[in-house]
Structures are given as C-alpha cells and as structure tokens.
Write a protein that binds this ligand. Structure first.
Ligand SMILES: Cc1cc2nc3c(=O)[nH]c(=O)nc-3n(C[C@H](O)[C@H](O)[C@H](O)COP(=O)(O)O)c2cc1C
Length: 414
C-alpha cells in the first residue's frame, strides 16, 4: 500500500467515529433532544394538532402565556468568579421536606392524551427524581392508582371547588387514605378561560375521531393507534360520582362551567382546612394583596400561577410577581413559582428572586408526548445538570445560598 493511502486510512480512522447503532427508537429520539424546545418540536410532530394545541395553547391572544416565558428571558445574571464551586448542592426544600431539585410537577388534567401511561409515568419519574408530583382532580388516573404506581413518591392532590362539595370532601379523604402529602386548591378557575385554539378545532375531551379530525388522526398513526388500543380515557377521580366522568366527549369549557363553583371564597379555604389536617397550597395567586390574605388565612404555601396563561389573558407574568410577593410575605408562607419554566436556569432565577420552589406543566407534557416516561426522566436529568452548571457559573455553591445579588438589571429590547 502506498504511503499516501496509508496516511489517508490513518486519518480516516482517527476522524470517523461511528456511535453504536441504537436499535431502540425512543432512545434514538432522545439522543437528539437537548432541551424543552426540542421536546416541544417532537411533541408537535407526534401528536394530532388538536391534542398538541390543547397542551401548548393559552387563553385568547396568549399574551400571558408568552409573558410567562419572556419574563425569564429578560433576566440577566451577575456571575461571580473564583469562588470555589467544586462541590455544588442543587437540592431544595418544600413544605419543610427535602427534594433533589426545587421543582414540583404541576397538576395537568387529562395527561393520558399525551401518552397512554399518563399520570402514572409522570408520578414514577418524579419518584425516581425525588421531587413531588401533583395529581389533578381532572386526572385520567385515580388517586389510588397513582399511589400504587408510585408508592414512595411525594404526592400532592389538586382540587377544584366542585359545586358538589361532598365530592370534594370524598376526594380529600381518599387522598389522606393514600398518604398524599398536601392538597393544592386551584383558585384561578372560577370560570373557564377562553382557549381559542381549542374552539377553532372543536376540540373535546377525550378527543373524538370524526370527519374533522380523521385526517389529523391518520397523519399521526402512532398516537392514534395507541389511543385506540388503550383503555378509554376518563376523569378517573370522579367515576361514578354523578357529575359525568368524561367517558363520552365533553367540551371542557361547558363541563367546567357547569361543575365548578364560581362563588368560591376565602371561607372555602377554612372549609378545606376542616377536612384536611396536612399542608394546604393555594394555587393561582396573582397579586401581592391576595398573597397577604393567603398568609393571614394560615395556609402553608401559595403557588403564584396564572394557570400557564390558560385563564385570564393579560394576567401578570409569574416571575415578575416572585420578588414583590417574597418581600411582602416571604417570611410567613412558602412561595411556589409556577409558569413559564423551560430551563434549569429559570428555576435558579426564580429561587434567586425569592421563591421557595418552582412548578410547571408543559415542559413535562412535551417530554411525555415526545418520548413517554423516558422523556420525562431525561427532562429532569437535563434540568438537574442545568441547575448545577448555572450555580457553578454564577459562583454559588448551593440553592440555599441563592439571593437576588446574582440577578442583574432586566434585559430590555432597545
Ligand atoms: C394541558 C394542561 C392541563 C392543565 N390542567 C390543570 C389542572 O387540571 N389543574 C390545575 O390546577 N392546573 C392545570 N394546569 C396548569 C398547570 O398546573 C400549571 O399551572 C401550568 O402548566 C404552568 O405553566 P407552564 O405550563 O408554563 O409550566 C394545566 C396546564 C396544562 C398545560
């Protein structure tokens, strides 16, 4: 062999590095996913349009939905250097208990439309990652199923105020019997937000396959096949309760407006206290004034939340509320920042601004739709690493040490 041929062979051998062929399709897909925007892209490709829009969409012009993420994008950091960051602690605490990273899986109704395992997959991933999981009242797996599926998880149960109060009382008793840790009372849904993407598509829960959606279904055969093969989707927590369990298609706005109690008031928080001796978290606080009332009412925590921009369009971006609310009530009540979190560095920003912990929904739903339970595992692993790296680059050794000194002036568009 000529010298030049030998040199060429040696050069090629040193530059050509073929990764072993991955035969598992999910693992192959996950290799190409680096963050939430990738999960979202894959979810969009895999889900029928109506299902993707139900998850991805917000109310009206989606200004609040966009503002939630934009508020994080505007934040700048003030990194400090030469601070010995060889040993970093990314763990957090919520309701006085430790968690691997300061993030809680938010309640999302109808999770099984993203993946047949639905809530079970997310709860199991949360258990493995050692963070709490919140089951929605409108979950498609029951209180009992989720406890059996994730026996060691920190589970929270989210309630809406149904007109049928005995139904709520019964669900709270079931959550206590299954050793759920906390009740999350969602208070931003006095009436249902106007989700225009769902209206345009005539979206119902569970999704129907009819003339309007047939082509969408055919174009997403994997989702359609697994949807048709799985046990029917329904509101698993209210089966048999006489309020309709969603086993025949409902338009969600009509269902919620007929079933939920619009006259809910702070007195109902006292009523909930009479039923439940554990921690109560009021989710959907959007002003300092209401945060103060919640602190006076003696609940353990509030979730600053606008329902991911799905209720009142024009409501404030959640990150912008964290610092003023922490100034007003931070010493008296735990503050959870819920909405717009798409990176581990967003969690760091919220914690630096004064949050006790963060919460989020869409990020894990995109991951679940993109790659099932393994997708949720990968999302949490990415965030774990994001937080460690962000702290190291900020010159901070632990979440507990974060304060607003690490935050610079907000970036402006000009
Ligand atoms: C598809 C979907 C369903 C939701 N269902 C519920 C629910 O049943 N109960 C509730 O309190 N919040 C619900 N939320 C709101 C989330 O709990 C959370 O507040 C929101 O997702 C946070 O914003 P993020 O998606 O930007 O993280 C839902 C959100 C989404 C995207």
């Amino acid at each position: 062999m000529s010298t030049s041929l030998k040199t060429l062979r040696a050069t090629l051998a040193s530059v050509l590095q073929f990764a072993p062929l991955e035969t598992n399709a999910v693992k192959r897909r996950l290799r190409r996913i680096a963050g939430v925007s990738d999960f979202r892209k894959v979810a969009k490709r895999r889900l029928p349009g109506g299902v993707f829009d139900y998850i991805d969409g917000g109310a009206e012009d989606e200004r609040t939905l966009a503002a939630n993420s934009e508020a994080f994008e505007r934040v700048t950091f003030r990194p400090r250097v030469l601070r010995g960051v060889g040993d970093i602690d990314v763990s957090g605490r919520v309701l006085g208990q430790p968690m691997a990273i300061p993030f809680v899986m938010a309640p999302t109704g109808f999770t099984r439309i993203a993946d047949p395992q639905g809530e079970l997959a997310v709860a199991r991933a949360a258990q493995r990652a050692n963070i709490p999981y919140t089951l929605s009242t409108l979950g498609t797996r029951s209180i009992e199923e989720v406890r059996t599926g994730a026996p060691d998880a920190r589970l929270w149960f989210q309630v809406y105020a149904w007109r049928d109060r005995e139904l709520v009382a019964d669900m709270v008793r079931r959550a206590a019997a299954c050793k759920y840790e906390a009740i999350v009372l969602t208070v931003d849904t006095a009436v249902f937000g106007r989700r225009e993407r769902d209206l345009r598509r005539g979206f119902s829960l569970p999704p129907t396959i009819g003339p309007g959606t047939l082509i969408d279904g055919v174009l997403h055969p994997e989702w359609t096949w697994s949807f048709l093969r799985s046990e029917p989707i329904r509101f698993a927590n209210v089966v048999g309760a006489g309020v309709g369990d969603g086993s025949s298609p409902v338009d969600l706005a009509g269902y919620i407006n007929s079933q939920f109690e619009p006259s809910l008031s702070w007195c109902d928080v006292e009523w909930l206290r009479s039923l439940w001796s554990g921690p109560i978290i009021v989710k959907g606080i959007q002003t300092v004034a209401d945060a103060e009332i919640a602190a006076d009412a003696g609940v353990e925590a509030i979730a600053l939340s606008n329902h991911g921009g799905r209720q009142l369009d024009g409501a404030p971006a959640i990150f912008d509320l964290v610092a003023p609310v922490a100034d007003a009530v931070g010493g008296r009540i735990e503050i959870i920042c819920d909405g717009g979190i798409r990176r581990g560095s967003d969690i760091v920003k919220a914690m630096a601004a004064g949050a006790t912990a963060c919460m989020g929904g869409r990020a894990y739903l995109y991951a679940l739709a993109a790659a099932g339970e393994a997708g949720v595992d990968q999302l949490l692993a990415i965030w774990h690493e994001d937080i460690r790296r962000t702290l190291a680059l900020l010159g901070v050794s632990s979440i507990a040490e974060l304060d607003n000194d690490v935050l610079g002036p907000p970036r402006t568009n000009s």
